[in-house]
Write a protein that binds this ligand. Structure first.
Ligand SMILES: NC(=O)c1ccc[n+]([C@@H]2O[C@H](COP(=O)([O-])OP(=O)(O)OC[C@H]3O[C@@H](n4cnc5c(N)ncnc54)[C@H](OP(=O)(O)O)[C@@H]3O)[C@@H](O)[C@H]2O)c1
Length: 255
């Protein structure tokens, strides 16, 4: 089975100002896609877009807080207006604000639900007409939605309740989406990383953050590029091949 090129395609990656999203934008650009990179930190997006440009590829930096539905819609529309089409959406933006349910600051729950769930479904909804059009009109013969879940979308743990809730929800939405759009050749890929060395845990509240990091001190975590390569592998398969679910953990990670 040979990989298909992403030449002539356009990908939108949310949460591309750091970590897995940033690495994914680089990798998809390397496979030939024009990439729109979206997040709130514009300066980091512009630096990434410039770097991708220096490698002879095309990237567009879009400042967007996708917890605001209008901004999610605007990010999709700007991608299509400026890059011409939309073939691949990587719904990567996410927050992991861990901690026990008891006495939790519930605004953390709101932030995770607004981003991990509502940001993802609103971006997907806005992108859908463009993805359906791309699936009908592309050399690849398909379009892709890639949703970044987590091991936490398969296994619930004490101290992770609302993050588990959001990532299990991403899994359910991805499967429902798959069934609705399989016949129209929009593929659905769920990526479930284990521990990846990114900024994600920086935002966990004091006291909890140290306990979370303690779980992984003795293992070699994944790099963002490891996950990006799995994403690129999925979206470069021929149209009749769907990698619907990819669980990717550091080899030494237990749970
Ligand atoms: N790292 C891990 O161990 C791990 C494991 C499993 C799953 N994941 C998942 O992987 C995804 C990426 O996380 P990461 O590890 O790469 O962490 P990260 O480096 O913290 O990346 C998170 C990204 O989300 C963006 N973001 C946050 N709030 C946003 C908003 N309101 N609107 C738009 N973008 C927003 C951030 O950019 P701005 O702050 O600039 O907006 C950033 O680019 C998340 O969905 C996470 O749950 C990570």
């Amino acid at each position: 089975m040979t990989a298909t090129s992403l030449d002539g395609t356009v990908a939108l990656v949310t949460g591309a100002s750091s970590g897995i999203g940033e690495a994914t934008a680089r990798t998809l650009a390397g496979h030939g896609a024009k990439v729109a990179v979206a997040a709130r930190r514009l300066e980091r997006l512009e630096r990434l877009a410039a770097e991708i440009g220096r490698h002879g590829h095309t990237a567009l930096a879009i400042q967007s807080d996708i917890t605001d539905q209008q901004q999610a819609i605007a990010a999709v529309e700007r991608t299509v207006d400026e890059l011409g089409r939309l073939d691949v959406v990587v719904n990567n933006a996410g927050q992991m604000l861990l901690g026990p349910i008891e006495d939790a600051p519930t605004e953390e729950w709101d932030r995770m639900i607004d981003l991990n769930l509502k940001g993802l479904i609103n971006t997907t909804h806005a992108a859908l007409p463009h993805l359906l059009a791309a699936a009908e009109d592309s050399a690849r013969g398909c379009a892709d939605v890639v949703n970044i879940s987590s091991v936490a979308g398969r296994l619930a743990r004490a101290g992770s309740g609302v993050y588990n809730l959001t990532k299990h929800g991403v899994g359910a939405f991805s499967e429902s989406f798959r069934q609705e759009f399989a016949s129209r050749k929009v593929r659905s890929t769920l990526i479930e990383p284990g521990a990846v060395d990114t900024e994600l845990s920086d935002h966990i509240r004091d006291g909890v953050r140290e306990q979370v990091r303690e779980r992984f001190v003795d293992i070699q975590m994944l790099e963002s590029a490891d996950v990006a390569e799995a994403i690129a592998y999925a979206v470069t398969r021929p149209w009749h091949v769907s990698l619907n679910e990819i669980l990717i953990r550091p080899t030494e990670q237990q749970g």
